[in-house]
Design a protein around this ligand. Sequence first.
Ligand code: FDA
Length: 306
Amino acid sequence: MRQTLLAAADNGWLRERAMRQPFVRRAVSRFMPGEALDDALAAARRLHERHVGTILTHLGENVSSREEIEAVQAHYVDALERIAAAGIDSEVSIKLTQLGLDQSERLAFDHTAQLATRARERGARLWIDMEGSAYTERTLALYRELRPAHPNLGVALQAYLRRTPDDLDALLALGSAVRLVKGAYREPATIAFPDKHDVDERFFELARRMLAPEARARGNWVTLGTHDARLIARLEAVVAAEGVPRDGFEFAMLFGIRRGEPERLIAAGYRARVLISYGSHWFPWYMRRLAERPANLWFVMRSMLG
Ligand code: FDA
């Protein structure tokens, strides 16, 4: 089921048809406060009032027209202004293929550098999402080049990739901000662990490495992006056993999933953020959310029945 849903994420025929269906749009709204930046900002403001920080991301990937790439860049410049004006604790996360990586590495580099500068002027972190494995090497090369001049720049690493322990060591040695996630794309077994149990264990071991005193002493920032209750409990135990300050790293979750858990963590002294996605290009992203939990298909069916 996971593989089928992930294959559907890349299917243009299905995308065209599904996006026009009101019942699909209703089901998507569970994970997305709305398509407009205003919707995302309103949701971020509500979370801010409950002391929950946010990360905003404008949906879209593999953008091919130069005009559209420039429009995405302008959108993010505006979003950073609006976040600062709203006075909320909100960061931004971008995808490099939204900002020109398929066209030229230089284009994506320049756009990211500009946004990182703008974000830093407003005291915010800028995150780079990690996309499919065809982009891992280029994403990390770009990150390593930009990070020395942009200490507010962070990057996601995917625990399911076989290469990630080496990538993590290199980033920790550099001094980085790393958002560890399990990984959401369709990858062959030669590249990513196919078994969920292996991925969960990898996540735990990598997170331990990130929370170790040597890594934190180097100024690395740790964000643990997961909703996995068992994993979070194991990590809380590590934090307690090793004396890691609870506010010295953060947990992050996706909007609409495990509502109330960020508030629970914050009440216990941890930091937590919610990543809010918005925009009209939601189809592949939504398919990945369904693939993570095929039981979500019931919500689609329920909204089909009205
Ligand atoms: P897991 O899949 O084991 O789920 C654990 C539990 O969480 C489930 O039992 C269920 O209760 C709940 N849950 C998880 N997913 C759900 C869903 N879709 N619907 C309903 N409940 C669900 N990936 C990537 O490749 N690149 C990236 O840059 C990012 N960025 C990112 C940022 C943040 C803040 C988060 C939280 C996640 C990402 N991801 C990502 C997605 C990530 O790779 C992964 O696919 C999801 O987080 C699901 O994995 P879990 O760790 O939640 O565990």
